[in-house]
Design a protein around this ligand. Sequence first.
Ligand SMILES: Nc1ncnc2c1ncn2[C@@H]1O[C@H](COP(=O)(O)OP(=O)(O)OP(=O)(O)O)[C@@H](O)[C@H]1O
Length: 281
Amino acid sequence: MKDMSLTQEGVALDTLKMQARGVDVFYGAGGARRSADELAADPNVTQAIKNVDVDIADKTVTAFIGPSGCGKSTFLRALNRMNDTIDGCRVTGKITLEGEDIYDPKVDPVQLRASVGMVFQKPNPFPKSIFDNVAYGPRIHGLARNKTDLAEIVEKSLRRAAIWDEVKDRLDAPGTGLSGGQQQRLCIARAVATSPEVLLMDEPCSALDPIATAQVEELIDELRTRFSVVIVTHSMQQAARVSQKTAFFHLGSLVEFDDTEKIFTNPGDPRTESYITGRIG
Ligand SMILES: Nc1ncnc2c1ncn2[C@@H]1O[C@H](COP(=O)(O)OP(=O)(O)OP(=O)(O)O)[C@@H](O)[C@H]1O
């Protein structure tokens, strides 16, 4: 019998943070408002995501895995409307954060991205001081009442990103002068400074050495005590180490979504099995 306290994707209802239903993403869609069916039928339009349903649980790390070009990053960007910044990119279907439609015209995408933060593959600190990198979000969103308050938010964020001890004596130094691993943790501090509900990470360790990767992975485990984390990774070992839920994408479709342990030990779909055993991808 179906457990009514779970969503169709098997996530406990009382922990549901984000939900995607029937999401399609198109590139080269042009400016005119066309329906998903019209876009799908247009040979000049690329459909990168096809009818995807996903549930993102609170205080959980969800990994998106799949072969190159399957749409992982495209779908991740749909979760905080980063695709809005790409000309001709159209997202259809429904994505909610705490039950609210994030594509509703009332929603301000800049505000949304403070709640659904993002960390990119390549560390991208602003050409500003370490302090100003972290203070940027709280400043533009008016989250600090005064200077002391702002300094507290910056310190707390740097501590959460496990980089405070390394930078506390040089907060005025440029963020771009840090090592790659430190820059990535600085970017994580910048993303958590606005107290997001969800943190999206697009291959956050791919530019890092094994020691910096281990530090960021440890940090991800710590971050999930406060936030939902969604991570795109090419490393199956990393997905198995850091996540509790895994979504396997193939050719723009979500093939399987389940507990990470199940995906890696007893996948339900032969395509998932082929991928995790190295036969496709
Ligand atoms: N800005 C864009 N314009 C046009 N097509 C794009 C754009 N970005 C991605 N695509 C296409 O969308 C599809 C999915 O790409 P996406 O980058 O989301 O895949 P991915 O699974 O994240 O790949 P990878 O693992 O290689 O990063 C691909 O066919 C890609 O060529």
